[in-house]
Design a protein around this ligand. Structure first.
Ligand SMILES: *[C@@H]1O[C@H](CO)[C@@H](O)[C@H](O)[C@H]1NC(C)=O
Ligand SMILES: *[C@@H]1O[C@H](CO)[C@@H](O)[C@H](O)[C@H]1NC(C)=O
Ligand SMILES: *[C@@H]1O[C@H](CO)[C@@H](O)[C@H](O)[C@H]1NC(C)=O
Ligand SMILES: *[C@@H]1O[C@H](CO)[C@@H](O)[C@H](O)[C@H]1NC(C)=O
Length: 457
């Protein structure tokens, strides 16, 4: 059964069948893939002939020691300095209030990206498509044009001005990290960040400060937002255990220091998991070996988002900050662009965006997006704010869906077709984004939303 065909058919099925098909789809095809690109923060190359399940277990033993030492090389500190852009007199002035950035079209733009694969040092190896020999560059020359308004080109100085003396935290899975690293590349074109913290092994937690503005940016690994015990292929545990009514202390203990919080999550809910409430198992997903109820992932995703947003509000209100301004934003889900087999050359080989109507939103994607929008609505995202607490959706589902050309594909590793390699068997990443690439647009929108909430004057 081919993934693409299945996904197209979902549209014509009744909701109940559709739900089942969705589970089946995610149970079969992308699992192998997700093991690689979502579960392992820093996957390492494997020989093209090794089988996926086998190599997964080797990951921790074969990590390059120098890259896991926690000691920063000179390069990692060293973001390229460029002359600062003219500081804007009035940040608010360049925003168009009430713009709906979620629908629009990609239009050609010959200005190109602000940074490249050699000028920025926070690009994760697997997303540095340029450095890995991706031959086409057309995907870099598109600009998102929302209907009815415009999205200004990213301005690092303006963003840093708003974040002066503040702390922006990206919390979530590898999509959160992808976006945070893009933001660091964009900002580094205007001012120099200093990496002040990094966890030793896997780059799951990092913090930078722009001394020029005393602006702090952090990444927190938390793929479910709530408390979890992660699967461990090494010890044969293939299910994550997720506690829907308990919190992930690693980030929530720092909540007080955060002024802008960006949650980005979703993909980890699609893989095998066992779900708990009140320390009781309420069900599981992809778990034929257990006698638990298969509960899919939509409801547990909603619960995780809801309990997190509720807790954030509770802490904000009880924090006794009075009118302290805080923005809590959630990214909407972005769908993968695999066509056919995930481990063959050409899995996501398109070199141009789709035009509107050329591709259909998958049922799962639409429902994951809707969940985030509904939960934010419930928190009053579009209404009055509680004691200075703002909620916002960063609705990128549509614009991301139109960018099959923006993924690393085989260029997640250097020179995938060199040395006589045929591409018969090659790993593809059609989930994350090349840097530079469409993910930079996510941050342009984030910038506008931060500015528009008029948080920090
Ligand atoms: C935008 O800038 C112009 C000129 O700099 C100023 O007259 C106007 O009041 C500003 N608008 C807002 C909304 O601040
Ligand atoms: C990348 O950017 C740097 C600095 O702007 C520039 O010197 C270099 O030529 C660029 N490299 C490529 C491959 O475009
Ligand atoms: C720097 O920013 C932090 C928040 O990230 C703030 O707590 C601190 O007071 C700021 N320092 C100065 C000197 O303003
Ligand atoms: C599985 O669960 C059902 C319902 O809770 C129970 O009736 C059945 O005996 C269980 N089967 C096994 C093998 O534990």
């Amino acid at each position: 059964m081919k993934a693409a065909a299945l996904q197209q058919n979902q549209h014509h099925l009744n909701p109940r069948t559709r739900k089942l098909v969705t589970y089946t789809l995610f149970a079969l095809i992308p699992l192998a893939l997700l093991h690689y690109y979502l579960l392992v923060p820093y996957p390492i190359p494997i020989p093209a002939s090794t089988s996926p399940s086998h190599s997964q277990s080797q990951i921790h033993t074969t990590l390059n020691p120098s890259s896991s030492s926690g000691v920063l090389s000179h390069d990692e500190h060293d973001a390229v300095l460029q002359p600062p852009l003219k500081e804007l007199e009035n940040v608010q002035n360049q925003t168009l209030p009430q713009c709906d950035y979620s629908s629009g079209q990609w239009i050609p733009d010959d200005r190109g990206p602000l940074y490249n694969g050699t000028s920025c040092h926070t690009i994760k190896e697997n997303q540095n498509c340029m450095a890995h020999g991706r031959p086409d560059t057309g995907y870099l020359y598109w600009r998102w044009r929302p209907y009815g308004c415009s999205l200004p080109q990213f301005d690092p100085s303006s963003f840093l001005q708003i974040i002066r003396n503040r702390h922006v935290a990206f919390i979530g899975d590898s999509m959160a990290r992808n976006q945070a690293e893009s933001l660091m590349c964009l900002l580094a074109t205007g001012s120099r960040p200093e990496l002040v913290y990094r966890d030793s092994a896997e780059n799951r937690y990092r913090r930078w400060i722009f001394r020029s503005h005393n602006a702090t940016f952090s990444i927190y690994w938390s793929p479910f937002l709530v408390k979890r015990i992660e699967k461990s292929e090494k010890t044969g545990i293939r299910h994550n255990r997720v506690f829907l009514d308990a919190f992930d202390e690693r980030w929530i203990n720092d909540f007080e220091s955060m002024d802008v919080i960006l949650f980005s999550l979703g993909h980890w809910f699609l893989i095998p998991g066992i779900y708990y409430e009140n320390d009781q198992i309420i069900g599981c997903h992809v778990c034929p070996e257990f006698n638990h109820t298969e509960i899919g992932f939509f409801e547990v995703f909603q619960k995780a988002v809801r309990s997190t947003l509720d807790e954030v509000r509770r802490r904000h209100v009880e924090g006794g900050d009075g009118q302290r301004e805080r923005l809590v934003a959630v990214m909407t889900f972005t769908q993968a662009h695999f066509e056919g087999d995930w481990d063959k050359a050409g899995s996501c080989a398109k070199t141009q965006p789709y035009k509107e109507g050329e591709v259909e939103m998958e049922y799962t994607t639409g429902r994951m997006r809707r969940t985030v929008l509904d939960e934010l609505e419930r928190m009053g995202a579009h209404g009055s704010r509680v004691n200075g607490l703002h909620f916002q959706a960063v609705d990128v589902t549509q614009l991301a869906m139109l960018r099959p050309d923006g993924h690393p594909g085989p260029y997640m590793y250097p020179d995938p077709f060199g040395n006589g390699k045929t591409g018969d068997r090659v790993q593809n990443d059609c989930v994350h984004w090349c840097m530079p690439g469409p993910v930079d647009t996510f941050n342009e929108i984030l910038w506008q939303l931060v500015a528009q909430t008029a948080l920090f004057s």
